[in-house]
Ligand binder design. Structure first.
Ligand code: GAL
Length: 409
């Protein structure tokens, strides 16, 4: 993956003084705008707004600048999300933030549709076909696996529908497509760097590290591993750390628990785990607690800033987590979809990266948003400030004193 050079075009930033639309609850139904506003806007490319990938904010103000673009587009945008179990993000954040992004740009309720396949590739296929039959002009696909994602995308392309890989790259997808995600190698790098810092902060001498990857059918898991393994390699190579193993990866916490238990039985010296998932980390931590392991002695890592992950950080069982503000990714995806829906080439200020599709051996033009490593030190100013978690939930029960110590609540 590489950053693309961005051109010094007049970036539309989250300018102050703009009227914010759709900032209230994300549970309301679609706005009534029919897409027929702004008759003054006639030529699409001459007036095309140059949205910058780094300009999205929590108040969705950039989306209000895309109303004319939205009014110029035709057809429906279909969004296909994968499941409700590997992460709470899809229900809690992706669906409502995508809805809010489309609505803020002025799409009406019948101009976009957001489905979740509940873990079933055939359900996603059916949802995709329904979207295509309903006149979709753009499809956003967050695949369950690359094969089923590519099948959906080639069908969409054959029907003249533009496709965007959402969050997970559909390796082997059609050549002519886009990708929107966080910089996933960076996600892994943050995990690796956070781990190294934590090993030092917690004075873990001679770390015996078990590396527990995510599901290998998710291309993100490969990229996360690239990131943290890149950081850890010199420590393994020079003998500061010992790599005990890197068993088959999973996004299923129950499988992660079994794997960890087996590894710990075979290698009782394990005293640290690197993993890119809060729930998998929690499976490990439950076993550690059962074994009487004390706080701040056994580093673990995670991703997604889940409630349990954040609590494990506060109580000293997890070093940190990667927080991905999904409102950034959702707006980036919605903005890109609006350009394609209007038949425009998206600006290079938005399409700021490329991602290697190793199956096609081709670079996919990409939009990257930026992930954040969250520890006790910055939890208040990141996830709490963003309202990604309420202090009432975060600081419940025996986490209360840790919250007080961290200045939260
Ligand atoms: C990834 C996604 C993560 C998380 C993970 C499963 O593809 O980027 O946010 O959902 O799958 O935990």
């Amino acid at each position: 993956m590489s950053r693309r050079r961005t051109l010094p075009v007049m970036a539309v930033v989250a300018a102050s003084g703009l009227i914010l639309a759709g900032c209230s609850s994300s549970t309301s139904s679609g706005s009534t705008s029919s897409g027929s506003s702004s008759p003054s806007m006639s030529s699409s490319s001459a007036s095309m707004p140059q949205v910058d990938a780094s300009a999205f904010t929590a108040d969705f103000s950039v989306m209000t600048q895309l109303k004319d673009l939205a009014a110029q587009g035709k057809g429906m945008v279909g969004v296909l999300l994968p499941d409700t179990t590997t992460s709470t993000r899809y229900v809690q954040y992706d669906a409502p933030y995508l809805k809010k992004a489309f609505e803020t740009a002025g799409l009406s309720a019948d101009q976009f549709k957001i489905d979740n396949a509940n873990g079933s590739a055939s359900t996603m296929q059916t949802q995709a076909e329904a979207d295509i039959n309903a006149g979709a002009s753009v499809l956003l696909v967050d695949p369950l696996d690359p094969g089923s994602g590519a099948a959906i995308e080639s069908k969409a392309k054959a029907a003249g529908v533009a496709v965007i890989d959402y969050d997970r790259l559909v390796t082997g997808g059609p050549k002519d497509r886009y990708y929107v995600s966080f910089d996933n190698v960076k996600v892994g790098t943050l995990i690796g760097q956070g781990f190294v810092q934590c090993v030092s902060d917690w004075n873990v001498s001679k770390p015996q590290v078990l590396v527990m990857d995510g599901d290998p059918t998710d291309n993100n898991a490969t990229l996360f591993a690239q990131g943290y393994n890149g950081v850890l390699k010199p420590y393994f190579d020079n003998g500061t750390y010992t790599k005990v193993g890197e068993p088959a990866g999973t996004w299923d916490p129950a499988t992660a628990a079994t794997t960890f238990q087996q590894q710990l039985t075979a290698h009782p010296e394990i005293n640290a785990v690197v993993t890119p998932n809060d729930d998998n980390a929690n499976a490990v931590i439950s076993i550690l607690k059962g074994n009487g392991v004390k706080p701040k002695t056994f580093p673990t890592t995670g991703q997604d800033a889940s409630l349990v992950g954040l609590q494990n950080i506060l109580t000293g069982y997890q070093c940190g987590t990667v927080y991905k503000p999904i409102y950034l990714e959702a707006q980036a995806a919605a903005a890109l979809a609006l350009y394609l829906r209007a038949g425009d080439t998206p600006p290079s200020t938005l399409v700021n990266a490329t991602t290697k599709d190793t199956t096609l051996n081709a670079d996919v033009p990409s939009v990257y948003t930026t992930p954040i490593w969250v520890t006790t030190a910055n939890m208040k100013d990141t996830v709490v400030k963003d309202g990604a978690v309420t202090t009432a939930k975060l600081c419940a029960g025996d986490v209360a004193s840790a919250c007080t110590a961290a200045g939260i609540g």
